[in-house]
Write a protein that binds this ligand. Structure first.
Ligand code: NAD
Ligand code: UDP
Length: 308
């Protein structure tokens, strides 16, 4: 297949390109480097089946030739990034997704949207199932991201219903691995950086809020399977191994052998109190479940951060 991947210079996008190329596909990668980096794709320079175009997907653009699939991974994703770029975040979820859906429609290509667990907001149903409609504050600081993704999901379903585009929607839960930005504020790079430097680990709130962390190769495998499937409604992709953020801080300390102390800082507004994906749909429809345990995935992640 010839696949257009938007957001290719980002953390997940670059790993997704690697997987597509490993499967024998050709990739046309688009990115405007808003939160991504050329370094994430440097190893693909000169690859015969890989082409990169610097492009803001909220602006009009064309892709020449046949296209079999369009994958939309373009969007700031870390709270620090989308709080710094709230309007760009809303634009890429709306206008950017529209342009990419139009591309898919005009080329009769399939379309994959990378949505998010943030669609569930601060969830009142636990673990989160795809049929839960969520508890999102539409005017809070995180709304630029949450509502952008909820709009993108609605637009994707409208293109499927109106134009028959073969769409897929992934609701991605917290994912980690090499090529994350050390300073993007997300908890995995933040704690690893602090632990490796011997600085205090900054736990927000009491640390009782829960998350679970999916290694990027597992996530990309789920995305790839979903893109090839006929499932039109959202599918959760994430690791169901849930822990409190305080427990996570302690595991990071143990894993890195760090003597960093733990300090408590204010909880950001609307920070979800609990989060864990119900992945029974992904298991049933895609035959997918995560395989990489936290200790296994943190090893290469630590190596990557040490190399920076
Ligand atoms: P990232 O910030 O590393 O990558 C996003 C990429 O999109 C960047 O390279 C950025 O430059 C690019 N981009 C942003 N706006 C663009 C525009 N207008 N035109 C072209 N490119 C643009 O983030 P990520 O963690 O790799 O996330 C990838 C996708 O997965 C996003 O859609 C995100 O919402 C989703 N997601 C990620 C996570 C996670 O834990 N990482 C969780 C849920 C959902
Ligand atoms: N967090 C923390 N310390 C940090 C960064 C994040 O305690 O230095 C917490 C954050 O408040 C949230 C969880 O870790 O409860 C996950 O945050 P992240 O930004 O990684 O992703 P989110 O799931 O909130 O989108």
């Amino acid at each position: 297949m010839r696949i257009v991947a938007a957001g290719a210079a980002g953390f997940i996008g670059s790993h997704f390109c690697d997987r597509l190329l490993a499967e024998g596909h050709s990739v046309v990668a688009l990115d405007n480097y808003l939160t991504g980096s050329p370094a994430n794709l440097k190893h693909l320079n000169g690859h015969a089946r890989f082409a990169f175009v610097e492009q803001d997907v909220t602006r009009p653009f064309e892709v020449e030739g046949a296209v079999d699939a369009v994958a939309n991974l373009a969007s700031p994703a870390s709270p620090k990034d989308y709080l710094r770029h709230p309007i760009e975040t809303l634009d890429v979820g709306s206008a950017g997704t529209r342009n990419l859906l139009e591309l898919a429609r005009s080329k009769q290509a399939r379309f994959l949207l990378t949505s998010t667990s943030e669609c569930y907001g601060d969830p009142l149903v636990h673990p989160q199932v795809e049929t839960y409609w969520g508890n999102v504050n539409p005017v809070g600081p995180r709304s630029c991201y949450d509502e952008s993704k909820r709009f993108a999901e609605a637009l994707t379903m409208a293109y499927h219903r109106q134009h028959g585009v073969r769409t897929n929607i992934a609701r991605i839960f917290n994912t980690y691995g090499p090529r994350m930005k050390l300073d993007d504020g997300r908890v995995v790079p933040a704690f690893l950086d602090q632990a490796l430097r011997g600085e205090p680990l900054t736990v927000f709130g009491s640390g009782a809020q829960t998350r679970s962390f999916c290694y990027v190769s597992d996530l990309v495998d789920g995305l790839y399977r979903l893109m090839l499937s006929d499932e039109r409604y959202p599918v959760n992709l994430g690791n169901p191994c849930e822990m409190t953020i305080l427990e996570f801080a302690e595991r990071i300390r143990a894993l890195t052998g760090s003597r960093s102390e733990i300090v408590f800082e204010p909880l950001p507004e609307d920070d979800p109190k609990q989060r864990r994906p119900d992945i029974s749909k992904a298991m049933r429809v895609l035959g997918w479940e995560p395989r990489v345990k936290l200790e296994e995935g943190l090893g290469p992640t630590v190596e990557f951060f040490r190399s920076l």
